[in-house]
Design a protein around this ligand. Sequence first.
Ligand code: NI
Length: 180
Amino acid sequence: MALLQIRKYPDPILKQPAKPVTQIDDAVRSFIESMVQTMYAAPGIGLAAPQVGDSRRIIVIDADQENPGRRLLKLINPEVVEMHGKVTWEEACLSVVDYSSPVQRASHIVVKALTPDENELEIEAEEFLAVVFQHELDHLDGRLFIDRLSGLKRQLYRRKLQKLIKEGRLENYATAAARA
Ligand code: NI
């Protein structure tokens, strides 16, 4: 199974709200398997379809790094049912090169979604897992964790990225930057 290419900020697809999946078929299921493999290979604990250049509402999450696969979630058209509390966690993203920052989020979340075998699922998550959910859901709305930081912090990150590109240390990202 081929690994998918992970898009990096400032690739414009990351800014685009994703569209609901209208039909769950074998093509969708096989795409989700590629997403899972890509997430593990990265390695990452979550991946949203727009991060691999596909603007559909699909996320995969496996936050249990010690037992990969045991708590793997493949969610189609996920929606927030309930959200409350506050927690701050240091976040990073496969699409945001070389940066992490504390972000404040809800500490408790309930999400409903469809599974690849078309069952409806309701999942409750707290603390770290709740953060991962919100981070991935944000991707489906065209939002990155750096969009939740202050303008100044975001500006500093942009400058850092430009410097890395200029120095040729991030050659792969030069194209994406040119398209922003
Ligand atoms: Ni991310």
